[in-house]
Design a protein. Structure first.
Length: 85
């Protein structure tokens, strides 16, 4: 019962309150949804403009594998994801 309530809250938060989302596949791939453009890029940091702030993916040997108007895939050895409002 407790698990259902938490999953409902997380689902609602993702759909209703958050215009952006980051999904990680281990420490190798990050899917950034809701991005509005790249602010800076290097092999150790990728900063995205987000609807309500900035998001930085940091690590080593980072590569932007794919990018669209609202989503991006970053691969490499990811050491951190930082969101700043």
């Amino acid at each position: 019962m407790f698990d259902v309530k938490i999953s409902d809250i997380l689902k609602r938060a993702g759909e209703d309150f958050c215009p952006s989302k980051v999904s990680l596949a281990g420490n190798r791939v990050a899917l950034v949804e809701g991005q509005k453009g790249i602010l800076s890029f290097s092999d150790v940091s990728v900063k995205f403009k987000m609807p309500d702030g900035t998001l930085e993916v940091s690590g080593e040997k980072l590569v932007i594998e794919e990018i669209s108007k609202t989503a991006a895939i970053v691969s490499g050895k990811i050491s951190g994801v930082f969101y700043e409002r």
